[in-house]
Design a protein around this ligand. Sequence first.
Ligand code: NDP
Length: 249
Amino acid sequence: METNKNKVAIITGGASGIGFAIAEKFVQNNIKTIIVGRDQQKLGDAKNKLGELCDSFSCDLNDLNEIPKLVSKIISKHGQIDILVNNAGINMKKEFTEVTDEEFQKILLTNVTAVFALSREVVKHMLQKGKGSIINISSMASQYGIPKVIAYTASKSAIEGMTRAMAVELSPKGIRVNCIAPGFIATDMSAKALNKDPERKNKVLGRTPMGELGQPSDIGDAALYLANGEAKYVTGIVLPVDGGNSIGF
Ligand code: NDP
């Protein structure tokens, strides 16, 4: 069985919510974990909590020119990248006709274009070693129709397609690419979408057979599985971790 010792992972958006829970699982399992985000204070606090196996780099991933520089800095300091978790993402809840072109583009920039640009730069290094694992994060918005999240839905549907396209191109070269589709997970993002909208929250829970929101650590467990050797024959999948929400009546 391969060991996690000496493995290096990047988790975008690793200072909060689901990304932080994934980072916790990774450091608990001996993976050197680099968290990336924009808010330096949040990154510093998370790094302190995660301990010495964690490092942090601040970067606005919307600034695509910064992405190759970020990856170079990480390689100079840590020498390799074995795992990439493309977790950073933004959401916006708004009526279809109210969404401006700029808002639509901004969500696509963070949730899709930046994921592509970072993956491309990281893959260049993974190819030199002939191995790696990439985990993308989609959403229930790409499993069925959810109103008032048009740009988010477009972005997360793109992520699932990109996961498959990357998997067929990169798996022959030793790089596995998978996707987790979280159900409704208790984080700031879902609180913003649900807490002032009891009708939507009831609808979510009503079609979740397990009857409650998921915990960020549930996604951490799934990411750890996909990242490490136990999933060595798994590539190109979208794994719902959703308490049954995607198949609920
Ligand atoms: P949070 O809002 O808690 O976390 C999002 C993270 O992304 C933050 O740490 C933020 O850091 C980072 N981020 C956002 N934009 C940028 C950027 N331009 N550059 C760098 N970092 C950025 O959300 P969640 O933890 O809930 O969501 C994480 C992922 O899971 C997202 O992709 C989301 O779509 C997905 N998801 C969440 C669900 C849920 O129920 N919570 C359900 C399904 C999917 P900072 O602000 O410091 O930049």
